[in-house]
Design a binder for this molecule. Sequence first.
Ligand code: 13P
Ligand code: SF4
Length: 310
Amino acid sequence: MDKLFLVSEINRLRQEKDAIILAHYYQEKEIQDIADFVGDSLELSKKAATADAAIIVFAGVYFMAETAKIINPNKKVLLPDINAGCSLADGCDPLRFKALKEFYPDHVVVTYINSSAEIKALSDWVCTSSNAKKIIEAIPEGKEIIFAPDKNLGMYLKKVTNRDLLLWEGSCVVHEAFSLDKLIEIYNANPTAKIVAHPESERHILETAHYIGSTSGMLNFIRNNSATTFIVATEAGILHQIAKETLQKTIIPAPTYEDNTCACSECAFMKINTLEKLYLCLKNESPEITIEEELRLQAIKPINRMLHLS
Ligand code: 13P
Ligand code: SF4
């Protein structure tokens, strides 16, 4: 379908239907440009919590739209492609997780927002990459903690909080794709560059980084740091915001193991959403996220705890 047609129809439909479009930084640039709000996971959850619209179109992945629905049971929440999964959320089986929790009944359970409603319902706290440290630090010393499902974020948290976390063995396929050897090669060719990395990246990548943070955290670091060149270890979608702001900074995507051409890492789950699917979902009000009420009431408790602390 023609892009101009899609843009004008999306604009017409969102007004007509009182819809708000929320998009994650990893979405296609056309989707970021048309969204009412673009943000990281925490900012998007906060926006979903205060959204004053009948319909929320969540241009992101399933767990994000599901979180918006948990927070807004009376709003219609749409996801452009219902198959927009996440290797972290999909790799954490609720039955196995419940068994782990039962094995350690005295542990406090902190769960990364990249997880299903079933996992959230089994948790004491939910966190995102921008508030995970704060949440771990809010748990009294001496309390033992299970952290799931991202082992890389978990190992990073162990280091920065000095707490002994029991980790689930999950990981993000996108952030595990960066090649240390190629990163070092690029850094040696650009020795004044600052390396910034998302904490879902592996430890050897994080050890090279001058700054570690969420997608918004990395963008703010790039905006405010006096360096002019940055090597960025996260999904390539965030480069669009930097390009848009014309900050006169050179951004080099951290290279992946496989790739010798585009040299960047893309999340196939995020990129499954397209402008055309966004238009169709607004037009048809489908696919819609639904959640069973009993599960929602369990899952909202740790999310609210996080939102109150943030
Ligand atoms: P943040 O938006 O919290 O940086 O997380 C990135 C991510 O992997 C989303 O799935
Ligand atoms: Fe999940 Fe990784 Fe994609 Fe984020 S980038 S949605 S953590 S697979």
